[in-house]
Design a protein around this ligand. Structure first.
Ligand SMILES: [Zn+2]
Length: 452
């Protein structure tokens, strides 16, 4: 029944088919609920820390309390920023690259005989290097990593940075919450001298009553009087157990993606390599390090994701600057000249100033000559900027055989914020995905009812 419901019209139902449909349906429909669930869990833990854990660590509103709260809120702000940025930033697709969706002319560009890039067998569109087909959205995604139901988005070239930083800050806040609530938790659970002790009636005559009461009185400093001690006991247990469990899961995922970033691989590429076997991969790529033609060593691989910064650790800051490169062309060990061009272009724009990195507004135009005119904010001079940018990028990527339209669009994407935080197409696209899936499901149900 379930598999019949989820099968494609007409075709035979295989378990693989049904599983793929189920995954697609789950990813699209669960997305908004998972986002709400994640935000609720953040809120609940933050509430628990303020009302129930804080008072066991420092006197409420003391300097120590404010310092601890400030650190916690700073980490939380970074978690929420990167979460929102990852949800609201399109990963980038060839369809967007070539369809002129940013308004710079032209309809969809299907691959032609002259097109130098291979076509995707499933969406029949040009498929640049490192792009892979995402079966949930039905489009290829630039430097596709995976479809993340928690983000309600595919993770690719333009939003992987946010995904990685989200994991980093999420892990940090788990560690922080565990350290803060460590004492309260063990005090509560093992010593039974609860910080929020409610004295049982049988203990009223106990000679230890004064001691019990004084233990309880030490923790009167609960911030909100409407949180009872029993609730505070539960909340402080929650703010230890939940971050502890999440910390292990997130820590594992973070270590995995740390490995991927440092070796310049995506999850998809790693699986393909495993499938092929490293021997076959080495045979294909000759003498290349580990058979991975994108691997320039961990330091450079890191810079290819987060850029070259003059300020150490600036990459940890909340930022709207895109990752280096345009999502279409990637430097390889065979074509290393692209490497320094991409990195230096990025460094000129965002690496010299923390403000430029955080706001995503280039500090200096890479093109020489009319830099003054390009310093004006986007808007009236937008067309002019795009033209200048197109020229600059053609210089940078000159050797690459791609249609000029792809370049101009990539530049427009970066300049006009098309593949940036809050691009207008995202909400629309996700809503369309949801509508399509629900429509399809309704059709199948109707057909099933008819045939029954
Ligand atoms: Zn495709």
């Amino acid at each position: 029944m379930a598999s019949a419901l989820l099968s494609h019209s007409g075709g035979a139902v295989t378990p693989k088919h049904a599983a793929a449909s189920l995954f697609k349906f789950g990813s699209v429909v669960l997305g908004p609920f998972l986002i709400l669930l994640a935000l609720s869990l953040f809120g609940l833990c933050a509430f628990a820390c303020f009302t129930s854990v804080g008072p066991t660590v420092a006197e409420t509103f003391s300097l120590k309390w404010w310092s601890l709260a400030a650190v916690g809120l700073f980490i939380l702000a970074n978690v929420l920023f990167n979460y929102a940025a990852c949800v609201c930033t399109p990963p980038g697709t060839p369809q967007w690259l070539l369809s002129g969706a940013a308004g710079n002319g032209g309809g969809a560009a299907a691959p032609t005989a002259a097109s130098p890039l291979p076509a995707c067998a499933r969406c029949d569109f040009v498929k640049p290097a490192r792009a892979h087909h995402d079966s949930v959205t039905g489009e290829c995604v630039l430097r596709f990593d995976h479809m993340c139901p928690w983000m309600f988005n595919s993770i690719g070239h333009f939003n992987y940075k946010y995904f990685f930083l989200f994991l980093t800050w999420l892990w940090a806040i788990c560690i922080y919450a565990v350290l803060l609530s460590w004492h309260a938790f063990f005090h509560n659970v093992y010593r039974k001298k609860s910080a929020y002790l409610v004295v049982e009636p049988s203990q009223w005559d106990s000679p230890e009553l004064p001691e019990l009461l004084s233990t309880a009185d030490q923790f009167e400093g609960v911030l909100f009087p409407w949180v009872s001690r029993r609730q505070a006991l539960r909340l402080s247990t929650l703010s230890f157990v939940l971050p502890m469990a999440a910390g292990f899961a997130v820590g594992g995922l973070l270590a995995w993606h740390m490995y991927l970033v440092l070796s310049n691989l995506t999850t998809v590429e790693w699986f393909i390599r495993m499938k092929q076997g490293s021997a076959a991969s080495n045979a294909v790529n000759g003498t290349m390090a580990n058979g991975n033609e994108y691997d320039f060593g961990w330091r450079t691989n890191w810079q290819l994701m987060f850029g070259m910064h003059d300020v150490p650790l600036a990459w940890l800051l909340p930022s709207l600057a895109p990752a280096p490169g345009n999502g279409v062309e990637y430097p390889t060990l065979r074509q290393p000249q692209l490497l320094s061009k991409q990195l230096h272009l990025w460094h000129k724009r965002y690496g010299t100033s923390v403000l430029a990195y955080m706001t995503g507004k280039p500090a200096a135009e890479p093109s020489n000559g009319d830099a003054g005119a390009d310093d004006k904010p986007a808007g009236g001079s937008g067309r002019h900027r795009n033209k200048t940018q197109t020229r600059a990028t053609s210089d940078v990527l000159g050797a690459v055989p791609l249609p000029a339209k792809a370049y101009s669009f990539t530049e427009a994407a970066q300049e006009d914020g098309f593949c940036r935080f809050g691009a207008p197409s995202v909400a629309f696209k996700r809503t369309r995905d949801l509508e399509r899936t629900l429509d399809g499901l309704a059709r199948k149900v109707r057909r099933l009812i008819k045939s029954a």
